[in-house]
Design a protein around this ligand. Structure first.
Ligand code: MTE
Length: 301
């Protein structure tokens, strides 16, 4: 049984959503061992980060299938039909098939995770997600021995996605993780934010969230998950492998070829707010550094 990990973060009092939440409720939802481990890390406990507002999280988005402007997804993503929805799970699994969203949700335990979210473009937010561990879904399908990687694919439906008329990326949007990253307890499939169903622009009805990696790894509106023994194709990596590595772990010491990753602009901080330092693995170093032991993170960026 994996431990449940999260951060000791508090919710903004200023948002109406905060009415649903209080810190004790969040704490109460956590299993003891994992929580103790998480709070043992001084970098975390002292912070008491506040989530961004609903408005910020749902209107400042990247979802290129609906356009490249930050406001395009909130304008156009309601064109996407999310019912019915199913996820094809195939490749090296014991029980391949098309799993309906109802079937998936019926089998999973939803929980709350308040995570830092750091985009490769050097802006960041704090988002209160609801979802379940990806490991639980993969175990439902039964991961076979030879599997080493997990590939993901977003819905590709040009009639509902005006941004796909442009070849900004090679559609469908694709991403991938190493199997141990996918099975890590911090890796979740999100179904909601602020205890409401995910808005389309944030990747309804089901999107990946990998909090220690740059945001583009957190692929939205997932329709296919494939277990393989080969590194799967990843859209940004295919578009520009020099700028977007397969790993894309948040790392303040490894610059993007065109900008530094040492600091970030927190969305909602105001125009003149000081940039804040970017944390190694986005602040999740204690939990995930072990996955990359012995690896050269400059080479494997
Ligand atoms: N998933 C798909 N299918 N298409 C996208 O364009 N953008 C990525 C990621 N997932 C993207 C995607 C990028 S660059 C970021 S930063 C996050 O989604 C943004 O998530 P948010 O809009 O919920 O903050």
């Amino acid at each position: 049984m994996a431990c449940r990990w999260t951060n000791d973060l508090t919710l903004a009092d200023s948002t109406p959503e905060a009415a649903f939440w209080n810190r004790r409720q969040i704490m109460a939802g956590l299993a003891g061992a994992g929580l103790a481990a998480a709070l043992g890390s001084p970098a975390r406990a002292e912070e008491g980060l506040e989530p961004n507002s609903w408005e910020e999280v749902t209107s400042y988005c990247n979802f290129y299938e609906f356009g490249t402007g930050k406001g395009d997804p909130s304008k156009y993503a309601d064109r996407m039909t999310t019912k019915p929805w199913s996820v094809k799970i195939d490749g090296l699994v014991d029980r391949p098939g098309d799993y309906s969203i109802e079937q998936i949700l019926g089998a999973m335990t939803l929980e709350e995770r308040i995570y830092r979210f750091r985009c490769v473009e050097a802006w960041s937010m704090v988002v209160p997600w609801q979802g379940f561990e990806l490991a639980d879904l993969l175990n439902m399908a039964g991961v076979q021995d030879g599997a080493k990687y997990v590939g993901f694919e977003t819905l590709y439906r040009p009639s509902e996605m005006p941004g796909t008329a442009y070849k900004v990326l090679d559609w469908p949007y694709r991403e991938g993780l190493r199997l141990d990253e996918a099975m890590h307890p911090l890796t979740i499939m999100a179904t909601g934010i602020f205890r409401k169903p995910l808005p389309n622009q944030n990747g309804a009805p089901l999107r990946l969230v990998v909090p220690w990696k740059y945001g583009f790894k957190s692929i939205k509106s997932v329709v296919r998950i494939t277990l393989t023994d080969q590194e799967p194709p990843a859209s940004w990596n295919m578009a520009n492998p020099r700028e977007y590595g397969f790993y894309s772990n948040v790392n303040p010491n490894v610059s993007h070829p065109r900008w530094s990753q040492a600091s970030e602009r927190r969305i909602g901080g105001g125009l003149f707010a000081r940039r804040q330092p970017t944390l190694m693995f986005n602040g999740y170093e204690d939990e995930v550094a072990v996955l990359y032991k012995g690896m050269d993170l400059g080479e494997n960026f």
